[in-house]
Ligand binder design. Sequence first.
Ligand SMILES: [Zn+2]
Length: 340
Amino acid sequence: MQAGDRERYSRQILFAGIGEEGQERILSSHVAIAGCGALGTFQAAALARAGVGKLTIIDRDYVEWSNLQRQWLFEESDAEQALPKAAAAARRIGSINHNCEVVPIVADLTASNIEDCMEGVDLLLDGTDNFETRYLLNDYAIREGKPWIYGAAVSSYGLVMPVLPAETACLACVYPQPPSGVQPTCETAGVLGTITALIASLQVTAALQILVGRAAEVPRKITTVDVWSGAIRQMPQPERDPDCPVCERREFRYLNGEMRKPISLCGRNAVQIHERQRPIALKDLATALEPLGDVRVNEFALRFFIPPYEMTIFPDGRAIIKGTTDPGIARSLYSRYVGA
Ligand SMILES: [Zn+2]
């Protein structure tokens, strides 16, 4: 422990579950945060303050004004400059705890870069907003035997579940298929900063328990919370599925890139997402999107104008996104407005 650390982390060292040995372990640990939005910024700030030695932060988006209501690490100047979230987070963490080494990665986390992104990581935290990336994290974590903590929040509601490889159920045991159709997103249903902070707090606490060597104390539960109604529910985490394709049969289809919806350039400044199995009720989606921008809908397609982009969405889930040639931006827009 460096000079000053005993004082700096004294309240955590005094806590019986951590102690000096636990603090030493935290100081030498490396955590990856996938997605640096409301959950990810809170996780990063909490872990940096707790003394985690190294943080890898992966995010593909840029800070916007609508993020500031709940994304704890960001400031007005970050939104003004439209800084990449991973870079803005790294800068801010530098002033919270300069001993915490931050590796910011401005990228879409995919099967092709996850190995590099996660090198040397002890534990993964879910700060993503989509199931495709969560199944990828699950594949990687199970294959590598690394724990990860699933968390999600939208509106006033959220959920947490720990995944301890070879021990607890994994994401695919509990949710064999991603949700289908249109899902509420923070863009369409809104989100409270208090639910994201609460869910991220539960994720970070489980992470600290694992990092200090007390994984046995992580609650084997699925915890759901609605901060608006005050309903807090916990159910025992289901047993591992003896036929789970991921943690039993070890078929890592997301990690092998088999499950990624193909994306192709289409025209001079547009990208097509080739989804065919996500039936979408266009009228319902139009109702959800109307407050956010100009929407035109008929039985064949929905067009949504969100300058500088224009999305055309078809009833089978396929979409064309005009205004970009960047597949990461196209995927981001799709997951934000259609759901993921
Ligand atoms: Zn499983």
